[in-house]
Design a protein. Structure first.
Length: 263
């Protein structure tokens, strides 16, 4: 019994031109057309897959860069806090040395942490004028310089660097005044802060004045509230313009100076 010859199947395409030329007809095997369509589908699929993979990879890279930036800021903030702790330790050591040398000719008031808590609960109406004046003059409540504040007090976070004081801009040479009675614990130069003053006021208060053009008081010198102690400048590596960086520390911790100004 004879087998029937398998006929190849074709698909015909008729092209009719716009001009007067004769129509053209061509045909292609269905099997070849299927292969072509499958190839086109595979290419389109690969292109889509590549685009999706590219965007996913781009998102991964962006997330990686963002996490690296956050980790860098966190490490930097932690390093700055460590540096602040070291500075505080040095200030305390220096304070002990100064306190020992002050015995006999000057008295620096100091009270315990328990008494510091009682400071807010004192009844000024039951005190005499001298007691009221002593406590008032020991609290850093004055603006140290006439100018405008360009940056406020801000503790550290993942996205911002800590700024533990106030930046007050004013013309170079503007007078800087002591914000409370006290004794100068440090008057000198630091690489970052330029000419720096640190004053202890008693009741756990320290005030710090950085980037001065020059200091007008010396270490161990007693100063009065409102006394001119320095002139405003632009000294130190981290200063970017004429301003005063003013900070208050109380009981070993930085506090917002605004909480005490004019109070």
């Amino acid at each position: 019994m004879a087998h029937k010859k398998h006929k190849a199947k074709y698909v015909s395409f008729l092209i009719v031109p716009d001009n007067q030329k004769k129509p053209r007809n061509f045909r292609i095997r269905i099997a070849l057309l299927r292969i072509i369509l499958i190839g086109v589908a595979v290419i389109v699929g690969l292109m889509i897959l590549s685009a999706v993979s590219y965007w996913k990879m781009a998102e991964i890279v962006l997330d990686k860069n963002r996490l690296e930036e956050e980790n860098f800021k966190m490490r930097k903030s932690l390093q700055q806090m460590d540096n602040l702790k070291e500075d505080l330790t040095h200030i305390k050591q220096f304070e002990k040395q100064i306190r020992g040398s002050l015995k006999g000719y000057v008295t620096v008031e100091r009270i315990s942490k328990q008494d510091t808590v009682k400071l807010e609960k004192l009844d000024f109406n039951k005190m005499n004028i001298d007691q009221q004046r002593t406590i008032f003059n020991s609290i850093p409540s004055l603006m140290p310089v006439e100018g405008f504040m360009t940056r406020g007090f801000k503790t550290s976070s993942l996205f911002t660097e800590p700024h533990l004081g106030l930046d007050i801009a004013a013309p170079t040479g503007t007078s800087i005044r002591a914000t409370a009675d006290g004794v100068v614990m440090f008057s000198g130069w630091t690489d970052d802060g330029g000419f720096v003053l640190i004053i202890e006021h008693g009741y756990g208060f320290f005030s710090i004045y950085k980037h001065n053009e020059r200091n007008l008081v010396n270490e161990l010198e007693r100063v009065s509230k409102g006394q001119v102690i320095a002139s405003l400048g632009n000294t130190g590596e981290i200063s970017s313009g004429a301003h005063l960086h003013y900070a208050i520390w109380r009981d070993g911790f930085p506090v917002d100076p605004i909480s005490y100004i004019n109070k």
